[in-house]
Design a protein around this ligand. Structure first.
Ligand SMILES: Nc1nc2c(ncn2[C@@H]2O[C@H](COP(=O)(O)OP(=O)(O)OP(=O)(O)O)[C@@H](O)[C@H]2O)c(=O)[nH]1
Ligand SMILES: [Mg+2]
Length: 419
């Protein structure tokens, strides 16, 4: 890991620890870490002496992978691999982006997530393909002979595959959007769990909807969003567990997973889950990363769920809350693991969602009236129907559904009279 001179030591230590966690997410055993403070070197990213040291260490430790924190160019990967080979180490050289891609590739099990990972990988490879072509052309001009045509078609091939996957994903996104609108129409509020990886989102999801989404002390446990109904009082809610955020997430990955993340932005509310057992400055940095992502999209209805609070004394809870006050919207302390604080969280959710409207409805007790009644069942909550000449009931729904009821009633009346 290369760190810039005069950069924040605490932050660097946290990045290093997080980097180790990422490697562990693929079950790698971290044999050693090497840190150098300097500005980036063109050839090896770190200095040439340090690069040699890493190569020898890789040989002695029999490492299978050497992973750099900084993004490496194709030629840097080539140069470092060459050094490792010369030192007698049999290892692959990758960067943190490649590592994250590998984690995502391992976790992708659905067709859509596999396409998203493939798209991210192709976008990641495209600049290297371009560079390979530029290099081979330069060598051709210098009389080396080259792979010109082959390399050109390689780049074209990547571009074609990118556009094919983009089209397929766009189709899947449209279907997802249609499903989302359908659920909204039926009076469901959409709530998403968001937050840094390992904060406890899936544990909270399981506690709230009685599910068994995978939760582990590991980065990026969840990759594929999961949605379940959550009912309390008169609320009909769909809760979605999502992929976690991380600092410096490569943009090609964010783009490829945009549609998955967009599910979060379209939500009526976000439960931003925070691991409150961490030191205050870690929480601050992580909250900033999350807010940057959320606020960029104009998401504002946020409840900050301060999780793992059973590990924090009451005094410390108060101190941290005061220190981070400006970053924490609507705080609720919980322990997802011990299932404490969940009632308070549900109350807070209820308070922050638009209140459903209740109206008394009378429909003619005719065939047309009965078919209108099924519309009411689909779009909201129907309570205690009294049958007579008319069917009268209390109807509870969202504002936008309520705005449509007059039309439905009018049609039922017209048809009812005609019957
Ligand atoms: N002590 C304590 N640990 C918790 C609590 N909630 C979750 N954890 C632990 O934190 C770790 C991460 O939990 P997950 O629910 O997988 O976290 P996540 O946010 O879904 O993580 P990703 O899917 O990787 O983004 C697991 O080991 C959980 O058991 C809590 O309230 N208290
Ligand atoms: Mg999870």
């Amino acid at each position: 890991m290369r760190i810039s001179p005069n950069s924040d030591a605490d932050k660097n230590a946290r990045k290093a620890a997080e980097f180790v966690e990422l490697a562990k997410a693929l079950d790698y055993k971290v044999a050693d870490t090497v840190v150098q403070e300097r500005y980036p070197d063109r050839k090896y990213n770190v200095g040439s002496g340090k690069a040699r040291e890493v190569a020898i260490l890789a040989r002695d430790l029999k490492a299978t992978q050497v992973i750099f924190y900084d993004p490496l160019s194709t030629s840097q990967i080539y140069n470092i691999s060459k050094l490792c080979g010369e030192a007698g180490a049999a290892c692959k050289v990758i960067d943190r982006f490649q590592l994250i891609l590998d984690i995502f590739a391992e976790r992708a099990t659905t067709h859509r997530s596999k396409l998203q990972v493939e798209l991210a990988r192709l976008r990641y490879e495209l600049p290297s393909a371009k560079m390979l072509i530029a290099l081979s052309k330069k060598e051709e001009r210098a009389g080396w002979g080259g792979l010109g045509d082959y390399e050109d078609s390689y780049e074209q091939d990547i571009k074609k595959r990118i556009s094919r996957i983009e089209t397929e994903l766009a189709k899947a996104d449209l279907e997802e959007e249609a499903r989302r609108l359908y659920r909204h129409k039926r009076g469901f509020f959409m709530i998403s769990l968001a937050g840094y990886t390992n904060a406890g989102k899936s544990t909270l999801f399981n506690a709230l909807v009685d599910e068994n989404a995978e939760s582990k002390d590991m980065f990026f446990t969840t990759l594929i969003p999961k949605t379940r109904a959550l009912e309390f009082g008169k609320r009909k809610i769909l809760l979605t567990d999502t992929v976690g955020f991380i600092e410096d997430l490569p943009h090609f990955l964010v783009d490829a997973f945009r549609s998955t993340l967009e599910g979060i932005y379209f939500s009526d509310m976000i439960l931003l889950v925070v691991d409150f057992s961490e030191p205050a400055d870690h929480i601050r940095d992580k909250l900033i990363t999350c807010h940057e992502t959320l606020w960029e999209k104009g998401t504002s209805n946020i409840i900050t769920v301060l999780n793992k609070s059973e590990l924090v004394s009451k005094k410390e809870q108060k101190q941290k809350l005061e220190e981070l006050e400006h970053l924490i919207l609507n705080p609720v302390f919980i322990s997802a693991k011990n299932k404490t604080g969940l009632d308070k969280l549900l109350l807070e959710i209820d308070r922050n969602l638009p209140q459903p409207v209740v109206r008394t409805i009378s429909l003619p007790n005719t065939k047309a009236g009965a078919s209108a009644l099924s519309w009411f069942y689909e779009n909201g909550i129907v309570d205690e129907i009294l049958y007579g000449k008319y069917m009268t009931f209390e109807f509870c729904a969202t504002d936008d559904v309520m705005a449509k009821t007059d039309d439905v009633l009018k049609k039922a009346e017209e048809k009812g009279v005609a019957c």
